[in-house]
Design a protein around this ligand. Structure first.
Ligand SMILES: C[S@@+](CC[C@H](N)C(=O)[O-])C[C@H]1O[C@@H](n2cnc3c(N)ncnc32)[C@H](O)[C@@H]1O
Ligand SMILES: [Zn+2]
Length: 992
């Protein structure tokens, strides 16, 4: 069966959509991400665009129903008219490109397609996401498409997402007029989706008003109970944060002092002043006083007491090593109970923040809180969560400080605070259990408490820029934080109850434009609750191998939700913690507890989920699956699963390529992009999977380069280059292969996907090279030049030039230890994943093994050497004559750099050597360019001139052609770019 193509199968304005997606990340108010933490959320801009383009047919497809074309034309005329008018009115949003608004008739179907894609790109803008013309137009288009494609009247197309998470995809489905069926294995996102897909469409503004109203009531009640724990200072100032440090006992001989573990001395950095902490040791008393200094002199600013988890005592100077430090925490449950209060931040009525040393009262209150929490109780469970918090290597490192229950993440006062709010919310929940709208309100307040909890743990830090409190889940991990800040929930500071209520209410308000409600269920994607052939579109963003341990992270919230609103959602919160077993996440390497969560287990679950997705999708439906895999091997595995699940891959769109947070900051980020893989069920019209179509390998191979040749220039026109373009080619390339149930060689032997993908990479590399050297004859360049050019091109979109990349973690106290990664100072150069590099190289007929002087392979990565590192190779013959011969021999690379440094140190190092010309011109054109670049960089202009003129190197046209191409490919601010441009600048002057 053939069906009219959807827009997403033929085109998508990915650059504009990506720009909107990136901008969306800075939206702080009304965005669903501010309703509650959930990890790895997809930008709404991308979801919205993708869903529209997946639901609407391409009007220029001959099979496109006329009814849709007519309706689309009418709507696009209206829309563009409207744009024109709003352009004319000066107060309107001046965002439209006038050229696009020339009156058009859209009689031409291609033009109509263009208008729809324009609309999609504009609609991706956050600012347009609630504007009625956009909403109405999109909903009318969705309805027209649904009807024209055979949907029953009075129904809407159903979009299914079985890995719904924070709910971006189903929310956008509802926004554009589809129905949504969302499910997730985890109860927390199920609840989030309930709010977004059910409560908000149903109760709208009223819900926001009630949340604010009840939020206030709950606050008053809690404030009454907790007032004595957050008293104002005698001068009327309100403490907004208490700054603490965990402590150890110094193991220095005869010392034994209690040492606060301090990483952060700087408390405030203002234009005119600073506030810092200073440790003042008292050797006789064996005590350490911590003083607060305002406007310190620079010699008064000392160092913290901890470096890489080793603690140095300010009294005796002894350093207790990391392992011993950790050893001291055994049985101390995180050590919040014997932490040291360092300072208190207050705010006066004129809003000035001040810092003071702790008083006896401050300490006494904490003792009272310790006592009080022992008296708390909750029905059927402990008031403070005692559910287990497991160790997950380099993710839940806080476990190493003896934290083994969730409640131990909190200071005594924080535990008291959260348990008190949970109790008050629970009482409201009990009395509103039977009233659906109150259930909605109280549920939202349960989420508000979670939001607050994120700021009230012993992992929240004081942030000196902005003088505020950071949250716990800035990272997708619970690392070791030595010094932390305890906020006042009633103060005017980040994480206060009022602010959390406001965030939640704003999300509700912002989304009240949703017209219809969606459905949400708790289910495993591997066993989908819907019957066969019920969805028009399967759009999903599954987990990615070991990137995020969702279920374990979610328990932080699960345990509080259980205690606050658990009785309103009994089915979701009846377990000890969230379900783990069926979760598709690789965790086996992090704790024996999860020995079964292997890589293979993950892949099996994904394969099952993809089959289920195909099963529930109608034969004429479409699938969009988001993948963000960083290795080509992971790509192969997932593509294999997609095809085995009975999908035909038809397109692939990289959108919003980015590094996913800093957490284990993507060891090699080069090929990390979020690719939307577009698929169609490989099914007969009755929904059965087609198994009978055999493809001929020769035909497939013949069609492949043609297809790539068609796509690549189109992508380049849109500015899609490098790794993005490679990924954008995967879809079209795979269509040729995956439309068959099996591709066979003449011998009858089946072709594996792996084998095919090798061909795809080669075809892509060749095509890309032709683009890179569009003005030059590519066949004239040697292997090293081809590889260098392709390598640099691949990285163009990936921003992976690690000389200025941000590989290093900023806080020294990050993670802790466990043999860490070393982090900092990576090698410089241009880094690609080894396997990707290998495939590119092979495709270009430039095998990596033959290019050892150009590329360094180490483990999983391959590095195109920076030109400076090639100095020795290129000038090496001069060794004996150069001053370098006297240097001790270190590693090769080191020598290369040393030689380079010598060269650039100035002519007086060794004038004779310096003014010599290059002893032996490089073998290849690339080598000779690099030699010229190095001479330029070292300011050896005479030598450069001799090299180019006397040696005749500059007479070779290929030299300048390649230099020109490299100038366009080297990253803008790189040394290489500067040098090659320097060489090019001499071309004319030297008479070439
Ligand atoms: C990448 S996240 C989805 C994020 C979502 N698109 C968003 O924008 O917030 C993947 C989700 O898959 C869920 N998950 C993991 N294993 C699952 C399974 N077997 N069945 C259903 N959901 C699962 C996780 O709980 C997580 O919410
Ligand atoms: Zn000591």
């Amino acid at each position: 069966m053939t069906y009219p193509k959807r827009l997403i199968e033929v085109d998508l304005p990915i650059k504009r959509i990506s720009a909107h997606a990136r901008r969306e990340k800075s939206i702080r108010h009304g965005h669903i991400s501010t309703l509650h933490i959930w990890w790895a959320r997809r930008p709404l801009a991308a979801c919205r665009a993708v869903i529209c383009a997946a639901l609407w047919p391409d009007p220029s497809d001959p099979l496109c129903p006329t009814a849709f074309r007519d309706k689309a034309r009418e709507l696009m005329l209206q829309w563009t008219n409207h744009q024109r008018q709003s352009l004319l009115s000066p107060e309107s949003r001046p965002r439209f490109d006038a050229a696009r608004l020339k009156p058009k008739t859209f009689d031409d179907d291609g033009e109509l397609r263009g208008a729809l894609l324009d609309f999609i790109a504009d609609f991706a803008n956050w600012d347009n996401s609630t504007v009625p013309e956009y909403l109405d137009t999109s909903r009318a288009l969705t309805q027209a498409a649904h009807q024209a494609l055979g949907g029953a009247s009075g129904t809407r197309p159903l979009v299914v997402d079985p890995f719904a998470g924070g709910g971006s995809i189903p929310l956008e489905a509802l926004r554009v007029g589809a129905d949504a069926f969302a499910s997730d294995l985890n109860p927390v996102p199920v609840l989030l989706n309930k709010v977004v897909l059910e409560y908000i469409p149903k109760y709208g503004q009223h819900l926001a008003d009630e949340v604010r109203k009840w939020g206030q009531k709950i606050k008053s009640e809690a404030e009454k109970e907790l007032a004595e724990y957050y008293p104002n200072d005698s001068d009327g100032a309100t403490p907004i944060a208490y700054l603490w440090a965990r402590t150890i006992q110094c193991e220095g001989p005869g010392c034994g002092a209690r040492v606060p573990i301090i990483t952060q001395l700087l408390l405030a950095e203002r234009k005119t002043s600073r506030v810092v902490l200073k440790c003042v040791p008292d050797a006789t008393q064996k005590t350490i006083r911590v003083r607060v200094l305002t406007r310190p002199k620079s010699e008064e600013i000392g160092e913290g007491t901890v470096k890489r988890s080793s603690v140095t005592c300010p009294i005796c100077d002894y350093t207790t090593q990391a392992a011993n430090v950790r050893g001291q925490f055994a049985g101390r449950k995180g050590g919040c109970h014997d932490a040291k209060l360092l300072a208190v931040v207050t705010i006066s009525s004129d809003r000035e923040k001040k810092y003071r040393e702790p008083t006896d009262l401050d300490l006494e209150i904490v003792e009272r809180a310790k006592l009080q929490i022992t008296k708390l109780a909750a029905p059927k469970m402990s008031a403070i969560p005692n559910e287990p918090l497991p160790y997950l290597r380099s993710i839940f490192n806080i476990h190493l400080l003896g934290v083994s229950e969730w409640g131990q993440l909190f200071t005594p006062r924080q535990a008291l605070l959260l348990a008190t709010f949970a109790k008050i919310i629970r009482e409201r929940a009990e009395s509103s259990k039977t009233e659906p709208s109150s259930t909605a309100v109280i549920t939202c307040l349960g989420l508000t408490l979670d939001k607050m909890a994120d700021f009230h743990t012993s992992l929240a830090r004081w942030i000196h820029q902005g003088e505020k409190i950071g949250n716990t889940f800035g990272r997708q991990a619970l690392g070791i934080i030595w010094d932390y800040a305890e906020a006042n929930p009633f103060g005017n500071v980040s994480g206060s109850w009022d602010r959390c209520v406001e965030y939640v209410s704003e999300v509700i308000e912002h989304n009240r434009c949703l017209a219809n409600a969606g459905s949400i269920e708790q289910a495993s994607a591997t066993n989908h609750p819907l019957p066969n052939d019920s969805a028009s579109a399967f759009v999903t963003d599954p987990p990615y191998y070991d990137a995020v341990p969702y279920a374990d992270l979610s328990d932080f919230f699960y345990v509080w939700l259980k205690r606050s609103i658990g009785i309103l959602h009994e089915k979701l919160f009846q377990e000890l913690t969230s379900p783990k077993e069926m979760e598709a996440v690789q965790l086996a390497e992090r704790n024996k507890l999860y020995a079964y969560k292997t890589r293979e287990n993950f892949e099996r679950r994904m394969a099952d989920a993809l089959s289920e997705g195909r099963r529930v999708t109608i034969p004429s439906g479409v699938g969009v699956i988001v993948f963000a895999h960083k290795t080509t091997q992971a790509w192969e595995t997932m593509l294999r699963a997609v095809i085995d699940a009975g999908w035909i891959v038809v397109a692939s769109w990289p959108i919003d390529t980015e590094r996913q947070g800093r957490f284990r900051a993507m060891d090699s980020a080069a090929l990390t992009s979020s690719v939307h893989l577009v698929c169609r069920p490989r099914e007969n019209s009755d929904g059965s999977v087609r198994t009978d179509e055999i493809g001929d390998w020769r035909d497939v191979l013949q069609e492949l380069p043609r297809r790539i040749h068609e796509w690549m220039p189109r992508l380049a026109e849109e500015g899609v280059v490098g790794a993005d373009a490679i990924f954008a080619c995967l879809g079209p390339a795979l269509e040729i292969f995956s439309r068959y149930s099996r591709v066979e060689k003449a011998s009858g032997e089946a072709v594996t996907l792996k084998e095919y993908l090798e061909q795809v990479w080669a075809a892509v590399a060749k095509e890309a090279l032709a683009l890179v050297f569009k003005d030059a004859d590519t066949t004239g360049f040697e292997a090293d030049a081809r590889l260098t050019a392709m390598w640099l091109w691949t990285l163009q979109a990936g921003d992976s030039y690690s000389q200025n990349a941000d590989g290093a973690e900023e806080d020294d106290n990050a993670d802790d230890t466990e043999g860490g990664k070393g982090g900092k100072a990576k090698n410089s150069g241009f880094v690609l994943e080894y396997d990707a590099a290998r495939k590119i190289a092979q495709g270009l007929g430039a095998p990596l093994e033959d290019l050892a002087s150009l590329v360094e392979v180490s483990g999983e990565t391959a590095r195109l050497l920076p030109v400076a590192e090639r100095t020795r190779y290129l000038f090496g013959k001069d060794q004996e004559e150069s001053p370098l011969s006297r240097r001790p021999k270190k590693k090769d690379q080191q020598l290369g750099l040393n030689l380079f440094e010598e060269l650039t140190e100035g002519n007086d190092v060794d004038a004779t050597w310096g003014e010599k010309t290059v002893q032996k011109p490089g073998v290849t054109v690339l080598d000779r360019i690099h030699q010229a670049m190095i001479l330029f960089a070292a300011s050896r202009s005479e030598a450069l001139k001799r090299f180019l003129v006397d040696e005749g190197i500059g007479a070779d046209e290929r030299f300048w052609g390649l230099a020109q191409a490299l100038s366009a490919l080297y990253p803008p601010r790189s040394e290489e770019k500067r040098w090659v441009d320097g060489v090019l600048a001499r071309k004319k002057g030297l008479g070439f």
